[in-house]
Design a protein around this ligand. Structure first.
Ligand SMILES: [Zn+2]
Ligand SMILES: [Zn+2]
Length: 272
C-alpha cells in the first residue's frame, strides 16, 4: 500500500470529488494521505477530511505564497496542532520564485511567518512540512537558527540540487518526491533522487497540481502516487513494492501521530 504524503483535497478542483477519489485510491492501493493546510481560513475543511476518514490526516499552517490571509501566531498554531488527527506543522517555508516586483529583502514577512511555524513545531514536537522555492539558502539557514533539527520534517515536492538535499538530510529532514520526478526534463532531479537514501525518501502527489506522467497536465489526485513510486523504483533499481514499503515506513516514522496503528487506536476515533 502507498501513502500520499502531501495533497490538497480541500482545493476546489478536488473538494467535490472525494468519494470518487477515495474509490480510485482503493483501486490504486493508495491507503493513506496527508491533507495539507495552506491558510488558517482553510484549516476547518482540511481538518474535516481527517476527522471524517480514518486514513486521512491533516497539517496546520499557512503557505508562504498565501497572501491577504490571516497571519498565524505561535499560540494559534500550537492550539491547532493539539486538535485530533493533526500530525504536522505546515506547509511553511520560503518562496522567492514569484516576487512580483519585490526584492528578497521585501519578503521579511515570509521569513517571520516561517519562524513562527518552526517555533510552533518545536513547542509541539511535531514535524514540519517545508515548501522552498528559489530560497534554499534562507530556508536552510532559518531552520538551523530556529533549532528545527529537534523536530525534523520533510522538504516536500523537492526540486533542489543534491547539495541542498544533503544539507536537508544533515538537518535530519526527509525528502519528498512528486510527479515532477517523472517529467522528461527532470534528469537532474532524478540524479538527486538516486542520491537520497531510500530510508529518507517520501512520495507525494501535491495534487491537484503536478500530475505524474502519463497523466501530466491533468488534474492530479492521490491515486496517482504509484506513478511516482514506479519512477523512484527505477532510479533505486528496486521493486515498486520495496518503494511502497519504505516510503510507508518513513511516513510513519516521521509523522509519529499516525503510527503505530496498533497502539494509536484513540487517534483513529472520528472525533471533532
Ligand atoms: Zn508546496
Ligand atoms: Zn502543497
Amino acid at each position: 500500500m502507498y501513502v500520499d504524503s502531501h495533497c490538497h483535497l480541500s482545493f476546489p478542483e478536488l473538494a467535490g470529488r472525494i468519494d470518487e477519489i477515495r474509490a480510485a485510491m482503493v483501486t490504486a492501493r493508495v491507503g493513506r494521505a496527508l491533507c495539507i493546510c495552506t491558510t488558517l481560513e482553510e484549516f476547518p475543511q482540511v481538518h474535516a477530511l481527517a476527522t471524517r476518514y480514518d486514513n486521512f490526516w491533516a497539517s496546520a499552517g499557512v503557505h508562504p505564497d498565501s497572501e491577504g490571509v490571516r497571519e498565524p501566531s505561535v499560540a494559534e498554531l500550537v492550539a491547532l496542532a493539539g486538535r485530533p488527527r493533526v500530525v504536522a506543522i505546515g506547509e511553511t517555508g520560503l518562496d522567492y520564485y514569484r516576487l512580483n516586483g519585490r526584492s528578497v529583502d521585501d519578503m521579511a514577512w515570509q521569513r517571520e511567518r516561517f519562524r513562527v511555524h518552526i517555533r510552533a513545531a518545536v513547542a509541539t514536537a511535531l514535524p514540519l512540512v517545508i515548501h522552498t522555492r528559489s530560497a534554499s539558502q534562507d530556508t536552510l539557514g532559518i531552520l538551523g537558527e530556529e533549532g528545527a533539527t529537534a523536530t525534523g520534517g520533510v522538504f516536500h515536492c523537492f526540486t533542489e540540487t543534491e547539495a541542498v538535499a544533503r544539507a536537508a538530510l544533515d538537518l535530519g529532514f526527509y525528502i519528498s518526491f512528486s510527479g515532477i520526478l517523472t517529467f522528461r526534463n527532470a534528469a537532474e532531479l532524478r540524479d538527486v533522487a538516486r542520491f537520497v537514501p531510500l530510508d529518507r525518501c517520501l512520495i507525494e502527489t501535491d495534487s491537484p497540481y503536478l500530475a505524474p506522467a502519463p497523466h501530466r497536465g491533468r488534474t492530479n489526485n492521490p491515486s496517482y502516487v504509484p506513478f511516482v513510486a514506479e519512477q523512484l523504483a527505477q532510479l533505486k533499481q528496486c521493486t515498486v513494492h520495496t518503494i511502497a514499503e519504505a516510503t510507508s515506513a518513513n511516513f510513519e516514522h516521521l509523522f509519529k501521530r499516525v503510527a503505530p496503528i496498533s497502539t494509536g487506536a484513540q487517534l483513529h476515533e472520528k472525533v471533532d
